[in-house]
Design a protein around this ligand. Structure first.
Ligand code: ATP
Length: 348
């Protein structure tokens, strides 16, 4: 049965209180959920995961696994499996030997251990590779051995800290897909750390965006992308990020893919004169760079045109537009979402 993980009022200070790695985190997974922690380097993701695992003690707050407070319990007793970015396999042991190893301290007899190890190996599609040594495996296969080794004690919770970052881009994509299918099959609650937003968007049932030890937003990937809670999330998620234009004390935001030639936007829209100075071609899409004026402060923005829009865009001023439903408003002072401000729109 899948269990939920919860943290309440979690704080972690280092260096005599100078570093607030976690600055009051409240968070709860659903049972069997795939929760992704996303944030820039140093925001506290690893510290949060290590605190849940029991490898760090919080300065304040509680960690709850399966309904019980586990503060003070050693990692082993929490029944969590953690896979780090740099997992080390034993080079002289076979795949089976590596996977079986964590069971040696469990007091199982040899047959029971091997049975359990084969179960984990099969789950991860390693059944044919049990006699190989790590150096005879691809990066992705080694990664799976590390996962099988974490899986073998049948943990209640998986804690994964950038487990794919040693793989090249292509392998990463397939390993990501494998990981997701594997988790669906076993249904174990998983908390996954990454600073890669594409990975977060692809894997997470929900994403937790963290900045400087605080949660900025928790939501389904689409929600976090479409409705960022503040300007940090708006800028951190999306590549290129959301455009933000200052208009008195409000920042008006819109995604690059929503800034399009005016005649390609149907319905109620805001027309923006766009002085284009550069066009970049990127695998079918075009990124168009320039400055919009006449709508708050003159601001450099980016438009992303899909491959289906083939009209040429030359340097110079063009009428671009954004569907009003795509505009997001933020308070300039706090960065939080603000009430929509009136804007002049046209139809058609
Ligand atoms: P990355 O993506 O770079 O791994 P992260 O989001 O996982 O970063 P953490 O490793 O959790 O970040 O670190 C959070 C903050 O706490 C950082 O400012 C880091 O320098 C600090 N920190 C982490 N561990 C310690 C430690 N043992 N002593 C002092 N400061 C620490």
């Amino acid at each position: 049965m899948a269990v939920a993980v919860e943290v309440r009022g979690l704080r972690k200070k280092y260096d005599g209180g100078h570093v607030h790695a976690l600055d009051g985190i409240d968070l709860a997974t659903a049972e069997g959920e795939y929760l992704v922690l996303l944030g820039p380097s140093g925001c506290g993701k690893t510290t949060l995961l290590r605190t849940i695992a029991g490898l760090e003690q919080p300065t304040e707050g509680e960690v709850v696994i399966g309904g019980s407070i586990v503060n003070g319990l050693p990692p082993r007793a929490r029944r969590v499996a953690m896979v780090f970015q740099s997992y080390a396999l034993y080079p002289h042991k076979t795949v089976l030997g590596n996977i079986v190893f964590p069971l040696k301290a469990e007091g199982l007899d040899r047959t029971a251990r091997e049975k359990q190890a084969r179960w984990a190996a099969d789950l991860l599609g390693l059944g044919e590779l049990l006699d190989r040594r790590p150096r005879q495996l691809s990066g992705g296969e080694r990664q799976r051995v590390a996962l099988a080794r974490a899986m073998v004690r049948d943990p209640q919770v998986f804690l994964l800290d950038e487990p794919l970052s040693n793989l090249d881009a292509k392998l990463r994509a397939s390993a990501r897909d494998e990981l997701k299918r594997f988790q669906r099959r076993v249904g174990t609650t998983t908390i996954y750390v990454t600073h890669d937003q594409a990975e977060a968007m692809g894997l997470g049932d929900r994403i937790v965006v963290i900045d400087r030890g605080r949660v900025r937003q928790v939501g389904h990937p689409v929600e976090v992308y479409d409705d960022p809670a503040d300007t940090f999330v708006a800028r951190f998620i999306g590549s290129p990020p959301m455009n933000l234009v200052r208009r008195s004390s409000t920042l008006v935001g819109f995604r690059p893919e929503h800034l399009l030639p005016a005649h390609d936007v149907a319905g109620e829209k805001v027309v923006l004169p766009f002085a284009v100075d550069r066009v970049e071609h990127l695998s079918g899409d075009r990124h168009v760079y320039g400055t919009i004026s006449g709508f708050g402060e003159d601001t450099r923005v980016i438009s992303r045109l899909p491959a289906t829009l083939t009209e040429p865009i030359a340097e110079g001023v063009h009428d671009f537009a954004v569907d009003v439903r795509r505009l997001r408003f933020f308070d300039e002072g706090t960065g939080r979402r603000a009430d929509p401000m009136p804007v002049t729109t046209t139809h058609g």
